[in-house]
Design a protein around this ligand. Structure first.
Ligand code: HEM
Length: 188
C-alpha cells in the first residue's frame, strides 16, 4: 500500500513539473489582442466604399459613417434639436455640402477612434469646444439635458435606418460611450 502511495506521489510530481513547464513555454507566445468595440462594428476588413467608386473602406468605419449620416438626417428633421444646427441646415438647403461632409468625417473619426479604431485620428474640436457657441459659431445655442436626450433618441433612430437595430450589443455599448460625454456637451 505504502509503495502504491509513493508511486502515486512520483506520478503527481512528474505531471506537475510537466504542467508548469508547458505553462512557462506558453508564456513566451504573444497573447491575441482583445477584440475592440470597433471590431464588433465591422473592424478593419476592407470593403468597397459605396460612396466612392473604386475606393475601399474599413467595414467598421463604413458602418459608423452610415449610422452618423443617417443620424444627421434624423436630427435635421427633428424640431426638438434642429434649431442648434441652423448653419448646417442653411448650407445644405442651398446645396452646399461642405459643412455636412466635414461634420460627417469628424463625427465618424470621433466614434471610430472612441470605439478602438487604430487607423484614424480625430482632428476636430474637443467635445467642450465643439458644443460651446463661443468657441464654435456653428453651434446655435448651448445644449441642455433634453437636447442631449433627443440626440440619443435620434442616434438610435439613425442606427435603425442604417440597418442596426437598437438591441444590437455593439450599439448599446456606443450608446454608453455617448452617455459618458453628456457633461461635456451639456453646458447649461
Ligand atoms: C455625445 C454626444 C455628441 C457627440 C459625440 C458630438 C460630437 C460632435 C462632433 C465630433 C462635432 C464636430 C466638431 C468639429 O468639427 O470640430 C460636433 C459638432 C456639433 N454638435 Fe455635437 N455631439 C454630440 C451631441 C450634440 C448635441 C446634443 C447637440 C445639440 C444640442 C450637438 C450639436 C452640435 C452642433 C450644432 C455641431 C456643429 C455642427 C456643424 O458643424 O455645423 N451635438 N458634435
Amino acid at each position: 500500500m505504502k509503495k502504491v502511495t509513493f508511486v502515486s506521489m512520483i506520478i503527481a510530481l512528474v505531471i506537475t513539473a510537466f504542467t508548469v513547464g508547458s505553462c512557462k513555454k506558453s508564456d513566451k507566445t504573444t497573447p491575441a489582442p482583445m477584440p475592440t468595440l470597433y471590431d464588433s462594428l465591422g473592424g478593419t476588413a476592407m470593403v468597397p466604399d459605396p460612396s466612392n467608386a473604386g475606393q475601399m473602406i474599413e467595414k467598421g468605419r463604413l458602418l459608423i459613417r452610415n449610422i452618423i449620416d443617417s443620424t444627421i438626417f434624423v436630427i435635421a428633421g427633428d424640431t426638438a434639436l434642429n434649431g442648434h444646427f441652423t448653419t448646417l441646415l442653411a448650407e445644405v438647403g442651398s446645396g452646399n455640402l461642405t459643412g455636412f461632409e466635414a461634420l460627417s468625417k469628424n463625427l465618424t473619426d470621433f466614434v471610430a477612434v472612441g470605439t478602438g479604431a487604430k487607423d484614424y485620428t480625430y482632428g476636430g474640436k474637443s467635445m467642450v469646444a465643439a458644443h460651446d457657441p463661443a468657441q464654435n459659431s456653428r453651434m446655435n445655442g448651448k445644449a441642455d439635458n433634453s437636447d442631449f436626450n433627443a440626440f440619443e433618441v435620434d442616434l438610435f433612430a439613425g442606427a435603425g435606418k442604417a440597418g442596426v437595430p437598437s438591441t444590437t450589443p455593439a450599439l448599446i455599448s456606443v450608446g454608453k460611450i455617448v452617455e459618458s460625454l453628456r457633461t461635456q456637451v451639456v453646458q447649461q
